[in-house]
Design a protein around this ligand. Sequence first.
Ligand code: COA
Length: 263
Amino acid sequence: MSVSPMYQTILTKTENEIFYITINRESKLNALNIQTLADIKSAILSTYEDNAINGIIITGAGTKAFAAGADIEEFANFSVEEGTRMSAEGHAVLNAIESCPKPVLAAVNGFALGGGNELAMACHLRVASENAKFGQPEVNLGLIPGYAGTQRLAQLIGRGRALELLMTADVINAQEAHRLGLVNHVVTLDQLIPKCEEILNKIKTKSPLAISSVIRCVNAYYEKKLDGNNVEINEFGNFFGSEDFKEGTEAFLNKRPAAFKGK
Ligand code: COA
């Protein structure tokens, strides 16, 4: 792991075509301040066009927290304008993750509260360690989630369950998060990154064109301005002009593994 001079609050590295982002504010339980969000956004955007990267894993430094929320100390004295800007920018950062053309996995290694849970929910998949804890405790602070937590939580676990967590501020453990469908897998802490790598290595064998298209089509379902069915019809049709589709079907018919180029 290295601190790129570009980033002040995260560590990044690329290994075996996986880009790792580690939120590096362990003494503050990896609370997300404005700089952390800016660092994450710029790191994620740097992967968009990078052909050497097939997937991204976001985790938190240490064994206690993924991210314990937005940085309460930083925003405690914000004005209405600053609060609105903070939320809008948080939305933009998490949208950049959700729209990433490569799979982004949250490796949730501890507390994922408030903005931390919102960050995890913006990732395409979530893998939790057994000690992970999830919640949206903003109402305890006289506040609501500001990084699309009210939207993505309802999308992921359903309206009634989301409203209960949002209104009670209950913090749930990894097994309960799994039961609710908030996380895809629960593993031991030492298996957290290997499990994420296993998933990404499986996805890596598929057509990169198809993977980014699947992400766009599923995202379109939640985008009010788009008709997801039309997006899928158009995307599906376009594959018939792609090299990956020719390669995939030829490989199947010739009973050999496909070697996709992402073209
Ligand atoms: N923002 C800023 N600082 C935070 C933080 C946050 N969201 N969450 C934790 N920290 C800081 C603490 O202030 C403390 O800093 P200090 O050592 O300089 O005093 C440090 O991280 C360790 O946290 P601490 O509270 O001592 O750990 P704990 O094990 O007793 O409790 C939590 C862990 C997660 C239960 C508790 O830190 C907490 O409730 N955090 C806030 C969660 C929250 O409301 N998030 C939503 C924000 S919108």
